[in-house]
Ligand binder design. Sequence first.
Ligand code: BES
Ligand code: ZN
Length: 457
Amino acid sequence: MKEVLEYLRRHEDRWVADLCDYARIPSVSAQRQHAPDMRRAADWVARRCIGLGLETTTHETAGHPIVVARTPEASPSKPTFLVYGHYDVQPPEPFELWTSPPFEPRIEGRNVYARGICDNKGQHLAHLNALEAWLHSGLPLPVNLVFLIEGEEEVGSESLYEFLPRHRAELACDAVVISDNGIPSLEFPALTYALRGITALEVRIDGPARDLHSGLFGGSIENPAMALCQLLGGLRDSHGRITVPGFYDQVRTLSDYERTQLARVPFKEESYRALLGVTELFGEAGFTTEERRTSRPTFEINGLTSGYQGEGSKTIIPSWAKAKITIRLVPDQTPEVIAEAVAAHLRRLCPPTVRLTIVPGHGGAPYLVSPEGPQAQAALRALTAGFGHEAIIMREGGSIPIVSAFKRHLGVETLLLGMSLPDDNPHSPNEKFSLDAYAGGMRMAAHLWPELAAAAS
Ligand code: BES
Ligand code: ZN
């Protein structure tokens, strides 16, 4: 093990240079003009795998390529683990809020700033670097590894959902390892044992056939923007509870053990407020911020559009109004049941003066795995060794829907071993990745394989 860690330390400059190279590719999956960059990013990661001597295949899909790379000469006597990551990144807009251009990585102190650097390029690259260190150490790698790196995570992983059932045999493993999530701080490395799920929908209200003069007609017909606001506003009460009938029926309550464990996650209200730029926190009564953020379902308006938004004033009753919504789900809620409960409630509440259209969107189930099993315990030991601090367990509020598909198609659980920090700004301007988290993550990844191998025997 010493040799592996020594190799990681000796090559730190190259790890950083490589990371910057990778982050320079604007692999924005949501935007058509970046299709060539998607290919470049897939090629970049495939070349990195080939350079390590991995058996590497770039699979074409209806969307963006999927890269599968495996350690050669798999030994049936060793357990196999699958490391999942994604080379696609979120759109960088709005550009003007970035201190430096999103695809020109900038190092400041111990941070590197670039779109996609913590979500997820830096994190799966840390695993590849740790594997390089193992392969050069002269020590036998105690596991077989398969890397599965996709390019559509940020837009719903459609191609991978298609791919998984058709490549079951090739992807067979004892567990999946994902580092596409975070830890509370470098002093509190954490195993994430639960993720929220998600269900998306668009709500549209149509009123008059065209925008109308609000003086001539206002007061005589319903205003679609007002109807939409009232409809959505009524879905949450003043205690932060969602009013949709049945919404909480499937929610698993937190055990005393979980509440105690979650209370160990470090949290300072003042710095949290400062980080997010709010004067006060808000959430469901009766729960701590960490519980609200990770273990309770929410209803969020992601976008709200209607009427005139241009310069000056325009006195109209808009013809339509629409909202983009996502609902975060927790175990044991299911996307289908909750989406239908919300839609039925909206249909019940919508006044007859306007027309309501609900367009369902993507969805993903929440995830929960016992933090007490042997693999989870092995992962905790690797986190502690890698970051040099006692690891804790946590839940996370974000969603990685493919985790449920791994369970369904490969029949295995996923170990979520994050490396990003709470102020890393994923999906926001000035996304960054901490070089200390990168180094700690590589050491954690290096320790993980002997720990997991020992847990399997
Ligand atoms: N890496 C994130 C998810 C994440 C971040 C999980 C931090 C846990 C901690 C991933 O790239 C992401 O953004 N997922 C989306 C999924 C959605 C589009 C289905 C999300 O959570 O919004
Ligand atoms: Zn993301």
